[in-house]
Design a protein around this ligand. Sequence first.
Ligand code: KIV
Length: 269
Amino acid sequence: MSIIKNDFEKMTITKIKKSKNSKKLTMITAYDALFSNLFKDIADFILVGDSLNMSFAGKNDTLSATLEQMIYHTNAVCTGAPQAFVITDMPFGTYNTKEQALENAIKIYQQTNASAVKVEGGEDKAHIVKHLTSNSIAVVGHIGLMPQYVRSEGGYKVRGKTKEDEEQLIKDAIAIENAGAFCIVVEGVLSNVAQKITKCVDVPVIGIGAGNVTDGQVLVWSDMLGFFDEFKPKFVRRYLDGANLVKQAVNQYRNDVQNASFPSKEEEY
Ligand code: KIV
């Protein structure tokens, strides 16, 4: 029996925009061909998030991810899922000026098959988003809790708790939409504020830690499959106990090696 949902259709920017108010969108991260191949016919889009710096490279935050790493992982993801709509995060420090942003986004487009790039920032980065979209780069915005701001903000802080912050988030969403982004990720925002953000823009809003009021959801694959078992943020739902399943399997393998039951006669030449 196939587990692939039969209503899957390859995404385009037009379809993504049209899905607002009609279909909830599913985004998942992937960093390699193995997993993008598993997700390709199921998720609407695949994000090569700079979260790979944490869940793949084991670092404490996303800030040391480089453009070269993002390009390397995007190529692997696109190879495993050639038909998927792949979005690549522009890493920290690669879009400080509009000229630098365009030069680096062009590198991503020329060296990978990514369909779009994602940049973190609201009103403060709208001129960058505008410059990219005016030069034929498709952009996904990312507002709210922005992991690339973790050191300057002094931690990961849930957004939208004051009237002032709520108003700022709405201004951020409108500025990013006006700059030409076709979709906006909203992370770590109070659900009632995420709902207002979702209503105030015409492009789909994809939430993470923003309640079920947005136009879709994104999760980091290693969080939702339970491979990262040291810490579980409140907003993550674990669909698999990945870490324990892997540990049990490897433990079984070691036992089989030690008692010489692996390999068996059937597993030898
Ligand atoms: O880097 C990432 O994986 C992300 C998601 C958490 C949205 O930006």
